[in-house]
Design a binder for this molecule. Structure first.
Ligand SMILES: [Zn+2]
Ligand SMILES: [Zn+2]
Length: 82
């Protein structure tokens, strides 16, 4: 299983680094290659890239706005939150 960290670059993660094999949002097992990310706002664990978007939009909408404002100087990171 290869999970790719969505970041400025794609960092391959070995599954023993993660300690879990399913998405903490949709509870589906990760595929052989998946794009994953951990929530920057809470300790929910590793989620699919698309699940993290839904999770952040539903759970952390206010914090997301705050973070966007605090990241104004680094526009390349804003795409994480849209
Ligand atoms: Zn998921
Ligand atoms: Zn969260």
């Amino acid at each position: 299983m290869i999970l790719l960290w969505r970041d400025a670059w794609f960092k391959p993660l070995a599954d023993f680094d993660i300690g879990l094999d399913r998405c903490s949002y949709c509870k589906k097992t990760f595929h052989r290659i998946d794009f994953v990310i951990s929530c920057g706002f809470c300790d929910n664990g590793i989620m699919h890239d698309s699940c993290a978007n839904k999770h952040i939009l539903s759970e952390h909408n206010k914090q997301r706005e705050t973070k966007i404002n605090s990241n104004k100087d680094r526009p390349q990171q804003l795409s994480y939150f849209f």
